[in-house]
Design a protein around this ligand. Sequence first.
Ligand code: ATP
Length: 248
Amino acid sequence: MQLQTKQLTKKYGDKTAVNHLNLIFSNGIYGLLGANGAGKTTLMRLLCGLQKPTEGEILLNGKPVSQMGAAFAGLLGYLPQQFPYYPDFTAGEYLRYMAAVKGLGREEAQKRSGELLSAVGLGRKEGEKIRRFSGGMKQRLGIAQALLNDPKILIFDEPTAGLDPKERIRFRSLLHSFAENKIVLLSTHIVSDVENTADIILMMKDGKLVYTGRTDRTAESARCIGGQAGAADNLEKLYLYYFGEEEA
Ligand SMILES: Nc1ncnc2c1ncn2[C@@H]1O[C@H](COP(=O)(O)OP(=O)(O)OP(=O)(O)O)[C@@H](O)[C@H]1O
C-alpha cells in the first residue's frame, strides 16, 4: 500500500499551513515532528479528508482518494488532538457507540469493542465511566476507537500529549503491537516521543518538509521525497537547529 501526496497545499487566507508537500508513505511508523504551527495537524486533517486541499492531491496506490469516497474513509483510523469523549458513557458504551458511527453491525461492534479494550489494557474498565479515567486511560480508549474498523492507515495527532513517562512507554509498546502492515503517522513536538518509536522521521517547518531521516527502526520500504534526507541519529540537535529559536 502506498499513500502519496503530490504538491499538497492548504492555505488559510494568506497563511500557507501546508506548502506543496510531496510525500510517499508505505507500511511503517512515521514520526511527524514540528514546533507549534508547523502544519502537522493540517497535514493530518488533509490526509484524513477532513479538509480539502487548496492545491495538490492525495493518492492511494496511484488513485486520487478524492474519487474513492467511503472506501478510503474505511481504511482510516484517526485520533485527533482534542477527542470528544463522553464522560457519562462507560468505556464499553463509548466504543460500541463509536463502532455504530463507523458502520459496524451490533454483534461485530460488541466483539470488536471487547477485543480492543483488552488490547489497550482497559478490559477490566469496560463498565467504568470515562469521567473517572486518567489522561492515559482516555488516550488508550482513543486509540481503541481509532482501531475499531481495522484501519490500514492510522493517523494520531499528538497522541502522547499530557501522558506521564509510564504511559508514554505503554503507548509506544501498544503502537508497535498493532502497527504491522499499516501506515502509521504520529505527530509530536517532543523529539524523544518519536526517536525510539518511528521508522522514519519527517520534520516540518512553516508547512514544508525540512528533514526526513530513518531511525534505527529502519523500514526498508519507506521512502520520502523532499526535505533534507539523512540518518536521524542526532535528532535532538537537528530539532534545535530547525526550531531552537522558536522553542527558546
Ligand atoms: N482554521 C484555521 N484558520 C486559519 N489559520 C489556521 C487554521 N488552522 C491552522 N491555522 C494556521 O496554520 C498553521 C499551521 O497550523 P497547524 O495546526 O496545522 O500546526 P501544528 O503543527 O499542528 O501546530 P500545533 O502543534 O500547535 O498543533 C498555523 O500558523 C495556524 O495558526
